[in-house]
Design a protein around this ligand. Structure first.
Ligand code: KE4
Length: 429
């Protein structure tokens, strides 16, 4: 692939933006080469500034479940934009999106829209602390809930990728309030509750972990968390920023039949525009200003463009049998990929749930953070670059998740299978 223009743009970008990017995971620091600059995207494809087309498995890190530039979503955004972009005042689409989400996820009786998953997660924690009168929280090593201070302790995603899971700049006093447990290890949580039980405001978890690569929960583990938090009067917070409307038309909580006290959403509910949300029972959410005293605000929260894009996206997802189609296509792709890897003597773990998957460059079972750390990230980096040169765009980091969209088809899957085969031959040379 000729990527001269991307290289030139990256050189200039590095003069103005730290690492040349506006979010670390985009910087290709954990894989070979430099980031490609995207010129446009359509359906399952992104096209870079040098005119190269790639089958896209990043999907803007999850929001683009319908594929890029879906005609109905674009039409809705353009139509809304002619009426204005932001009013700083209530707008009908806020009600529409809130009601669609509440109908799909019954645990969410009330919801507050914000502008990112980070904002939603930090607000949910503040609310939990106010509601319980407690200060400590429990999070899981390898999980990522955005970049608020309380969460940048043994976190996943870009922190894990950079090898700095706990960020500098987080005051020790703040870090002390975040207790760390092990994903899929209920005993590690029981031990924390035995020691700190009455001080724990909330347990926050990605019900399916997507930020250490895709790690699937043991079903007993999640149910155990629900029982434990009820026993100690702590809140259970499901961070469904990735899984919300990805795992099904609702939350992963619908699939495992667990009712968390608060749910965090983002990505898909904004249809590709900036969004986040947190919601739960009226009993808890009524504490949020201005109904209650727990302050949280935002200039562009619930902005008409993001609300419109989100409403259009959810309406399309609610029609047809998109989730069945995504399930079948992803199942087909992963089955074939397993064979291709094995044909190259690589018995790697591929974790999949719905239209999400991660190829872990390790042959051991990957069901927790420790196993993830044993991946051959060097080899993943070479694989990523070879695959990019074959026209397939995987996440530029081992500790992320691949996403299919409704725009991916069998032709994309078969081209991906062939490209992976060629890429593995190249890195095995
Ligand atoms: P944002 O603040 O990036 O909108 O959302 C933070 C967040 C919260 N919770 C979960 C489960 C998340 O996955 C995220 C953000 N995900 C990363 C990728 N794994 C976003 C990509 C990036 O950081 O550039």
């Amino acid at each position: 692939m000729n990527t001269d223009r991307s290289e030139e743009m990256f050189r200039i970008a590095c003069q103005y933006m730290p690492g040349g990017v506006n979010s670390p995971v985009r910087a290709f620091k954990a894989v070979k080469g430099n980031p490609i600059f995207i010129k446009e995207a359509r359906g399952s494809q992104v096209i870079d500034v040098d005119g190269n087309a790639y089958i896209d498995y990043v999907g803007s890190w999850g929001p683009l479940i319908l594929g890029h530039s879906h005609p109905q979503v674009i039409e809705a955004i353009c139509s809304m934009a002619t009426k204005g972009t932001s009013f700083g005042a209530p707008y009908e689409a806020e009600i529409e999106l809130a009601s669609l989400i509440s109908a799909a996820i019954p645990s969410i009786e009330m919801i507050r829209m914000v502008n990112s998953g980070t904002e939603a997660a930090m607000s949910a924690i503040r609310l939990a602390r106010a509601y319980t009168g407690r200060d400590k929280i429990v999070k899981f090593e390898g999980c990522y809930h955005g970049h608020a201070d309380s969460f940048l302790i043994k976190a996943g995603s870009g922190l894990l990728t950079s090898g700095v899971p706990t960020s500098p700049g987080v005051p020790a006093r703040t870090a002390e309030l975040t207790l760390i447990a092990t994903y899929n290890d209920l005993q590690s949580v029981i031990d924390l509750f035995n020691e700190h039980g009455q001080e724990i405001a909330a347990v926050i978890i990605e019900p399916v972990a997507g930020n250490m690569g895709l790690v699937i929960p043991d079903s007993e583990f999640l149910h155990g968390l629900r029982q434990l938090t009820l026993k100690y009067g702590s809140l259970l917070i499901f961070d469904e920023v990735i899984t919300g409307f990805r795992a099904c038309y609702g939350g992963f909580q619908n699939i495992v039949a667990i009712k968390p006290d608060l749910t965090i959403l983002g990505k898909i509910i904004g249809g590709g525009l900036p969004v986040g949300a947190y919601g739960g029972s009226r009993e808890i959410m009524k504490q949020v200003a201005p109904q209650g005293d727990v302050y949280q605000a935002g200039t562009l929260s619930g902005n008409p463009l993001a609300m419109t894009a989100g409403v259009e996206t959810l309406k399309i997802l609610a029609e047809n049998d998109w989730y069945d189609r995504l399930e079948v296509l992803t199942y087909y792709l992963i089955g074939k990929l397993k064979t291709v890897f094995e044909n190259h003597g690589l018995y790697y773990e591929i974790n999949r749930l719905a239209s999400m998957f991660t190829v872990f460059f390790t042959e051991e079972l990957v069901d927790n953070y420790t196993a993830v750390l044993n991946c051959d990230t060097e080899k993943y980096g070479a694989f990523h670059q070879a695959l990019l040169n074959e026209g397939v765009y995987f996440p530029p980091a081992q500790f992320e998740t691949c996403f299919l969209s409704c725009a991916h088809d069998m032709d994309d899957a078969n081209k991906t299978i062939e490209a992976v085969n060629r890429a593995l031959s190249i890195i095995q040379e």
